[in-house]
Design a protein around this ligand. Structure first.
Ligand code: FAD
Length: 417
């Protein structure tokens, strides 16, 4: 089988790359080689099936890793131009209570995938599913791609095979292993947009508690990042979007991370302390547990009395003195949780790490293998939760697709849009 450009991986970035390649070089044969029986399986699952496809507010702060994602995002069509104008997907912003998030108006990710498929069909891009590329051999100025059904010979290859996150969607890091064997350098990887593990002993009794708060990540005593939102306590990890957005730091700080949660960010310590002192005096004759019962859910109340005050919840409330209240307020404002690890890949939505900036040109072409391009999560870019990872997939796919197609024509990987 022969093609001018083969896109390995039919996920978000691969579909965008194939589209841009066909738009740039209409007569080129562009083939998407996808390992799974259908393209876009992960896309269907995004945003709980609703597909948070971009964000109204995109900035350097939202992208992590060695590659400057914003420099490519800034030179490719934004969500409105791509989805509303080009693909005919009507979008809304800020639904799902997610400020800034862009979603299809239909509230269904299948709308997005269908629109991409229709466009690719109209442009004449081909796809070959159940085709897992297991080897890439540079040959005769192009590449020979090996899969179980034989080989595909192509002039250019765009690798859009994703990272390690959510392996049930075809992304188990296999392609990164192939590329490493070919001498392509990758940054250390870890799950991003994922829960963070905390010892089950520390979380005992907190499972199921959800609270609106503020959470900050520290390493070596230095605050790295602070996020607001709902914090969820589970058996052996903490989650919630605010925690997801701190997960990438685990790789950057080599596992030395501590979380500090503020469970009452809307009140100062002095306000909290005055509130609890008044309550203690009002509730004389009751148990210690009743000090917090109007403020937090029962499991959290009991946990704080036991773990911060080191008292039994059934002790008389009078046993709590002013010093205890100060200590309790400190615990509520600054609950420390040592991170013991990342969550397994199946619980992660993205990959921190991947092909590093020094391995690619400005066109996202390999510095080692001319004619080999990369896009999406396989590159060392991890976006925050909120549409940032898909925006990176669309932009990097569009960029790599266009550059690969331009190079077919013998054109330069020129700058600009
Ligand atoms: C449950 C879930 C929800 C998410 N929700 C959101 C969201 O709402 N908003 C957001 O911005 N991001 C979200 N993300 C993250 C986002 O989906 C990914 O970052 C994005 O899809 C990455 O696109 P990609 O094209 O790089 O890789 P993928 O979409 O992972 O696609 C890679 C494709 O390559 C194929 N492949 C792999 N190896 C081979 C091979 N050797 N040969 C052939 N094919 C191969 C895979 O089967 C797969 O189809 C979510 C992720 C998950 C798991």
């Amino acid at each position: 089988m022969k093609a001018d450009i083969v896109v390995i991986g039919g996920g978000a970035s691969g579909l965008a790359a194939a589209m841009a390649a066909k738009e740039t070089a209409a007569n080129a044969r562009v083939l998407i080689a996808e390992k799974l029986p259908r393209t876009g399986k992960k896309l269907i699952a995004t945003g709980n099936g609703k597909c948070n496809l971009s964000n109204m507010s995109l900035g350097k702060r939202n992208f992590h890793g060695s590659i400057d994602a914003m420099s490519i995002i800034g030179r490719t069509p934004d969500w409105h131009e791509l989805f509303t104008e080009k693909l005919g997907v009507a979008c809304v912003t800020g639904s799902e209570g997610r400020e800034g998030g862009v979603y299809p108006r239909s509230n269904s990710s299948t709308t997005v995938l269908n629109a991409l498929r229709l466009k690719l069909l109209a442009l004449g891009a081909d796809e070959l599913c159940e085709c897992e590329i297991t080897e890439i051999k540079p040959s005769n100025g192009g590449f020979t791609l090996i899969y179980s059904g034989g080989e595909i010979i192509c002039r250019k290859v765009i690798i859009a095979a994703g990272g390690y996150a959510a392996p049930s969607f075809g992304t188990d890091g296999g392609m990164l292993r192939i590329l490493r064997e070919m001498g392509i350098k990758t940054e250390k990887i870890c799950p991003a947009v994922a829960p963070l593990r905390v010892s089950p002993e520390r979380l005992k009794g907190l499972k199921g508690v959800r609270i609106k708060g503020e959470i900050a990540a520290f390493s070596g005593g230095r605050e790295l990042r602070r996020e607001k939102g709902e914090i969820q306590f589970n058996e052996n990890n903490v989650s919630g979007i605010c925690v997801f957005n701190l997960a990438y730091l685990f790789q950057q700080y080599e596992g030395r991370l501590t979380l500090r949660a503020d469970l009452a960010p809307d009140m100062t310590s002095a306000e909290l302390s005055a509130y609890f002192r008044r309550l203690r005096d009002d509730r004389r004759g009751f148990t210690a547990e009743e000090l917090l019962s109007g403020f937090f859910v029962k499991n959290l109340t009991v946990w704080l009395i036991r773990n911060v005050l080191e008292k039994s919840p059934s002790e008389p409330i009078e046993s709590i003195n002013d010093k205890d209240i100060e200590h309790l307020c400190k615990g509520i404002k600054s609950l420390e949780l040592e991170v013991t690890g990342c969550s397994p890949w199946q619980n992660a939505q993205s990959t921190m790490g991947g092909i590093s900036a020094d391995q690619v040109t400005e066109a996202l072409e390999s510095v080692r293998y001319s004619g080999m391009y990369f896009c999406g999560e396989i590159l060392d870019v991890a976006g925050d939760c909120g549409g940032y990872n898909l925006q990176w997939a669309w932009s990097s796919g569009t960029w790599a697709g266009k550059k690969a197609a331009l190079s077919l024509k013998g054109g330069k990987n020129g700058k600009g849009r």
